[in-house]
Ligand binder design. Structure first.
Ligand code: TXA
Ligand code: MG
Length: 318
């Protein structure tokens, strides 16, 4: 592939112009950076798949800047989904709804549903608004690598491969949005994320999480995600025994007592901080040539559920 020049810019207007030209642009959101293109332009969408090396059967979230844009894209919104949108859009939650024909199969991978999100990041929303179209965007990482939480991460994956990176701050949450299937009688979480099950239950107390990935409804869930090059091992507070002191190891978690055993350590004061730092820590470890990353397990409630979901995927790498 020939190398192109990648413009890294703070100008939302410039980035929007590039979208209008049918090109892809990486942009910041409050969860992770996205790799966006005009959701109505199949040629532009193709460029996302190509740049990421993304399997064609993995559908892409469509991002809007205002709630009024939702009705053009969808059919039949259940009552609980209306409430969810009312209360939690804009924010780190994605809803799956029946789609309208206006959205092509390229975006939704042939499904009759569409994933919709309205980011709370002001930069993201201004960018979408100025582009004048909904923006289809997966996370802005090469497929399989940790999601990008800073523009440098996007650069390291896509420099020379995409025309533009809209530069913004480090992602506020650092983990992806919660994907909620809103096509059934009650909401079902397909991918745990920043927005918690506990909060979703306030909208519909019969909300639940789809257990295991036996039946794969979110196609992305079957691929190995979030993996650094290093081996990832999950540990609890008590089970730490490092036999081979010579291997280069790192630790991320909540417990201070580990800070001395490892060469590279990130101690987090809360699950929120853990979530925010996890992916960038993975990337930093790879840069340093670390062989094994020990990650402390957390309780699977609140955002802890999403942290454990990402940790399990990262450690399942074979
Ligand atoms: O926070 C986020 O969600 C970020 C930012 C950029 O918005 N985006 C993101 O996109 O994480 P991506 O493509 O990395 O993950 C989207 C997930 C995938 O697992 C995909 O399979 C699922 O959402 N998905 C997309 N459309 C779907 C649909 N119609 N039905 C079921 N799952 C869908
Ligand atoms: Mg992704």
């Amino acid at each position: 592939m020939h190398k192109m020049k990648t413009l890294v810019t703070g100008s939302i207007a410039k980035a929007a112009q590039i979208i209008v030209r049918g090109e892809v642009v990486a942009f910041p959101t409050e969860t992770v950076y996205g790799l966006g293109a005009n959701a109505y332009n199949d040629q532009a969408i193709k460029k996302i798949f190509k740049a990421k090396g993304r399997p064609k059967d993995n559908p892409i979230i469509v991002h809007v800047s205002a709630k009024k844009d939702i009705s053009i894209l969808t059919k039949a919104i259940p009552e609980y989904a209306k409430k969810l949108i009312d209360k939690f859009f804009p924010g780190p939650v994605t809803v799956i709804l029946k789609k309208n024909e206006i959205i092509s199969d390229m975006v939704t991978a042939g499904l009759d549903t569409i994933a919709l999100r309205m980011p709370s990041s002001m930069i993201a929303r201004k960018f979408i608004k100025l582009s004048g179209v909904p923006i289809a965007a997966p996370s802005a990482n090469i497929s399989g690598s940790p999601s990008p939480t800073g523009f440098e991460h996007v650069s390291s994956d896509f420099d020379g491969k995409i025309p533009c990176i809209l530069k913004g701050p480090v992602s506020r949450f650092g983990l992806e949005s919660t994907v909620v299937d809103c096509t059934g009688k009650h909401p079902v979480i397909l991918r745990p994320g920043v927005f918690t099950l506990e909060e979703l239950k306030k909208i519909d107390r019969l909300a639940k999480i789809r257990k295991s990935s036996l039946k794969i409804k979110s196609p992305g869930q079957k691929y190995n995600h979030y993996s650094p090059d290093a081996r990832v091992k999950l540990i609890t507070n008590y089970e730490l025994r490092i036999k081979n002191k010579k291997t280069i190891t790192a630790f991320i978690g909540l417990n201070k007592k580990y800070s001395k055993i490892f060469e590279f350590v990130k101690i987090c004061r809360s699950n929120e901080e853990y979530a925010k730092n996890l992916f960038s820590f993975f990337r930093e470890c790879d840069k340093r040539g670390i062989k094994t990353i020990y990650c402390e397990k957390v309780q699977e409630k609140g955002i802890g559920l999403a942290i454990m979901n990402r940790l399990k995927k990262a450690s399942a790498k074979t």
